[in-house]
Write a protein that binds this ligand. Sequence first.
Ligand code: GLN
Length: 209
Amino acid sequence: MTSAPVIGVLAVQGDAREHLQALAACGARAEPVRRASELTRVQGLVLPGGESTTIDKLLRAFELAEPLRERISGGLPVYGSCAGMILLAQRLVDAHRGQQTLGGIDMLVQRNAFGRQVDSFEADLPVQGIAGTADSPGLMRAVFIRAPWVQEVGEQVQVLARVPCGARRGAIVAVRQGNALATAFHPEVTGDLRVHRYFVDLVRTVDRG
Ligand code: GLN
């Protein structure tokens, strides 16, 4: 492989542009993905924030849902942020009628979990392996926008971050299972590249086999 892995950003709806810029800043060749032929080229894929119900409908309309499921279950590295986390869930709470997901992470995700009063909020989080370790705690500014959270995880799922304080203390907001990573928050809006760098490194590692 060349030193710059090709990483796609699903660009049917949502904030693809910020992810494309962040990935490029981390040394990846970042490309928008809107059709199945573009999916075949990528070595990793970001599922951005947006509206998961709309993304779900468009994926099916563009006949991307099945090819995506196949590549994800085949081990393609994927990173889902917010609506992208919802797409990676095996099961949903408060799903829209008929809403489908792609799966990839054995978790139960609640949409719009933080309630109407707190549509959006920010918090400083330790994120395991990404910002801070058990030995040296570091924090990451996390921006939540009508965010989901993870209500239950299977045994294979590693919890990377929880809300540290306040009424929602303990809620799971970042997870990883194998090559699939998900955050309830939006690192692409803060200029902090650590999550994208972590994902680009994951793609390189998987590609080296
Ligand atoms: N609430 C949105 C959904 O259900 C997700 C919000 C976001 O991605 N910022 O899709």
